[in-house]
Design a protein around this ligand. Structure first.
Ligand code: UD1
Length: 416
């Protein structure tokens, strides 16, 4: 099993191009199922979650080719609607294939995703929405079986603006008969990217990025070409790494507006952040100040996925920062590992209190989940001495060539 060995203390400097967004690519790859024509997707990061999505598409009968960061999907051979259990288990977000498979084949069978490292993750909103769209959903024996001749447009009000449920509705409703209106829809940039992709295929989605999204069903969709948006959580992670190393880093191919709550927090901590529409430069002070309370919220609030990397920054601030996790019920597993590195963090339910120390100290730690693992790398870049981060398969799910990117900025990190 590989691990990262980090010798902390190097100042990160230089320029880095941010990868494409994992959370956009996955639903967009699922959306390619909605046509039997060819879709070409650029800026696809090379990640294990993307590989799993490609395996799912191939299993369903698609021809998938990959050249560098471009993935081409040709779906004329789609001949089945089941997702193998081992692929569902490897990637919880394969649930986003459900809506696309139903839209394409009129049936779908997959195992129900269980809990995960972030705690209980129900899919009740997805199921209720599909039922409203006229899909017959049977959840027995740990499997989800769906069938439907053609979904029909309807009105759906989500109890919570779930990203995955909003995506599944958009995917199912795009080929439905009639108009679907989703209220309290998720507003994340990845929702806009998916809507843009489906609209390029000939879909008719309006309002993406707002809390009411309307989807006018069309009889068929066609192939298209699309470039995936930059990954805002990778941007946040690199900015965090710059912050803890007194760094001076320019990020290109990114959208500062997608990370504005992170920029605000880093500015509160004394960093200077400048930039334009597609780039930014972060300069960190020698000693960081604490941030105001960080409360994770649906977009455009502070993203739950950036909570762990920013906590690694708060761990070395000159004062106390409070975090409140409002999205997931168990998202502080990285805290014990950060504390092994000398951080002083205590948690009580959804609240974490981070008392900053002057510097962390290297130790052997284990990634607990994707963003928690990234936070340990950020912490290791600050720590005195050697930090070994194990279980990095979690990190490989979301960060493309992570150690190479950080090395290019001057960080001392190797994969062994
Ligand atoms: C997506 C992102 C993930 C991010 C999350 C929140 C992908 C592949 N993953 O996950 O990185 O952390 O958004 O920004 O895009 N919920 C229910 N019932 C449901 C669905 C969700 O109760 O049917 C709850 C979840 O348990 C969670 C909250 O709603 O507490 C947010 O979940 P959701 O927005 O659906 O996140 P995902 O789409 O799973």
């Amino acid at each position: 099993m590989s691990e990262f060995i980090i010798r902390g203390g190097n100042r990160l400097t230089g320029s880095i191009k941010v990868q494409g967004a994992k959370n956009s690519v996955l639903p967009i790859l699922a959306a390619t199922l909605l046509t039997n024509e060819t879709c070409v997707i650029h800026n696809c990061p090379r990640l294990s979650d993307v590989d799993i999505s490609v395996q799912i598409l191939r299993h369903l009968g698609c021809q998938v080719a990959r050249e560098g960061n471009t993935v081409t999907v040709e779906g004329s051979g789609v001949c089945r609607g089941d997702v193998p259990e081992q692929l569902m288990r490897k990637m919880r977000s394969s649930i986003v294939f459900l809506g696309a498979i139903i839209g394409r084949t009129g049936m779908a069978r997959m195992s129900a995703p269980g809990g995960c490292e972030l705690g209980n993750r129900p899919i009740d909103l997805h199921m209720a929405a599909l039922r409203r769209l006229g899909v017959n959903v049977d959840e027995t024996g740990g499997f989800i079986n769906c069938c439907c001749s053609r979904p029909r447009g309807c009105e759906i009000t989500l109890g919570f603006p779930s990203v995955g449920a909003t995506e599944n509705i958009m995917l199912t409703a795009s080929l439905a008969s009639g108009r679907t209106v989703v209220r309290n829809a998720a507003r994340e940039p990845e929702i806009c990217d998916l809507a843009e992709f489906i609209n390029k295929m000939g879909g008719r989605i309006s309002g993406a990025g707002e809390s009411t999204v309307a989807i006018e069903g069309v009889p068929c969709l066609h192939g298209c070409e699309h470039t995936v948006i930059p990954d805002r959580i990778v941007s946040a992670t690199i900015m965090s790494a710059a912050a803890v190393t007194n760094g001076d880093v320019e990020l290109t191919n990114m959208r500062p507006e997608h990370v504005s709550p992170i920029i605000t927090a880093l500015e509160e901590m004394g960093c200077s952040v400048t930039g334009g529409d597609t780039w930014c430069r972060i300069k960190a002070p020698e000693r960081l100040a604490p941030a105001c309370t960080v409360r994770t919220m649906p977009y455009p609030g502070f993203p739950t996925d950036a909570q762990a990397p920013l906590m690694a920054v708060a761990a070395v601030a000159n004062g106390t920062t409070v975090f409140i996790e409002s999205i997931f019920d168990s998202r502080y597993k990285h805290v014990a590992e950060l504390n092994r590195l000398g951080a002083k963090i205590s948690t009580d339910g959804r609240t974490a209190v981070v008392c900053g120390v002057s510097r962390l100290t290297g130790a052997a730690v284990e990634s607990t989940d994707l963003r928690g693992g990234a936070a340990l790398v950020v912490a290791g870049l600050n720590a005195y001495g050697e930090t070994r981060v194990g279980n990095i398969c979690h990190i490989d799910r979301g960060y493309e060539f992570f150690e190479k990117q950080i090395s290019l900025l001057g960080g001392d990190i190797v994969r062994v």
